[in-house]
Structure formats: C-alpha cells, structure tokens
Design a protein around this ligand. Structure first.
Ligand SMILES: [Zn+2]
Length: 196
C-alpha cells in the first residue's frame, strides 16, 4: 500500500483509498522560564487537500504529454472572438462563453519570449524549485495574455527567446511540469525528467 492516501472519482463521488492518517509522536511543551515545567504537548497532524482542477484538468494532463494547451473564444457576437488565452481560461472573460481548447505548443516553440522577469534568492515554505528561482513572464505571437512560469536553464533578459520544456517522466500534474529554457539549450542540459 502506498504511504500516501490516494483518491479517485466514481459515480461522481470522491473515493479516498489508502492511508490518510499517520501517527506522529507528541512532544512536550515546557516552560523555559519556570524550571521546564510541563505546559502541554504538540499534536502533529497532516492533511490531504483534494484540489479539483475542474475544466483546467486537460491543461495539466497535457503538460506531462509534452503539450501546452491554450483556449480561444469562438463565440459569435463576442467583441473578443478569436482572442487566445494563455494561461488556459475555461471561459471568455467578455462573453462568459465556454472557450475552445487549442494546442499552443508549436507557437510557443517558435515565438515565446521573455516579457519581464524576477529573480528570487529566497523562497517561501514548501518550495520545490532550484534557487535562485528565475520567474519569467512570457509573450507568444497572437496571444492576448502573458504566462508566468520559471526559467530552468540560462539567464533571463527582456525579449530573450525561450522554449518550453515538459516533465514527461514522472509528471507531478501541477504547473511545475512546465518550465522554460533559453533557445539553443541542448537536450543534455535539461533538468532530470524534462524533455522538449
Ligand atoms: Zn467571448
């Protein structure tokens, strides 16, 4: 049995399976100013949050298959008809109609460039990225919005051409399965588990 609980959906209901509860020992809380007298105990608890992706699930599934999906408003009568959204928007913000999914992988490979960037030497709790983290905002030809992601190889510069890479080996099904490298980076230089 997996060390972690797992969840699937059947008959439109969550079905948790496995071990969600791990017994972790208590430790005493003592008073350092008063002879280390006992004040209480810690009760460690962990939690599994079931995060539903809803209509964005296809976007996260596709990253592990080396594909970058965007959406486009195709609603007749919408002032934004034909507008392409990346990040993936389920609905058009103008007409609120359901957008059409489109494959943006080739456009990203051919036209992605850095709009702006931010290099972070420190991170918050539970960070999984290598530091310094090079956050980049990415522009694509024909796309109305800008995508935030992170650069895995190379140094960020305004207008620099970058190409997407995907964690196709053991994907995490999170946004961390998508990253970017400077154009011209070789396959051998990619982080473990990633491919073009
Ligand atoms: Zn629209």
């Amino acid at each position: 049995m997996s060390m972690f609980g797992q969840v699937y959906v059947k008959d439109n209901k969550y079905k948790p399976k496995g071990n969600f509860h791990h017994l972790t020992p208590n430790t005493p809380i003592r008073d350092a100013d008063n002879g280390w007298k006992l004040l209480g105990v810690t009760n460690p608890r962990d939690m599994t949050y079931m995060h539903s992706y809803g209509g964005e699930a296809v976007f996260f599934e596709s990253l592990g298959q080396g594909k970058l999906l965007a959406t486009r408003c195709d609603s007749d009568g919408c002032d934004l008809k034909g507008t392409i959204f990346m990040p993936f928007r389920i609905h058009c913000p103008d007409c609120l109609g359901r957008n059409t999914e489109i494959d943006l992988t080739e456009t990203a490979k051919k036209s992605a460039k850095i709009h702006t960037f931010m290099v972070c030497e420190r991170s918050g709790a539970f960070n999984l990225l290598e530091k310094p983290i090079k956050f980049i905002n990415i522009e694509f030809d024909g796309v109305a919005t800008i995508l935030m992601s992170y650069l895995s190889r190379g140094e960020p510069e305004f207008g620099l051409r970058v190409v997407p890479i995907f964690r196709t080996s053991s994907p995490t099904f999170t946004i961390l399965d998508l990253s970017w490298v400077v154009e011209g980076t070789s396959v051998e230089e990619l982080p473990e588990g990633f491919s073009f």
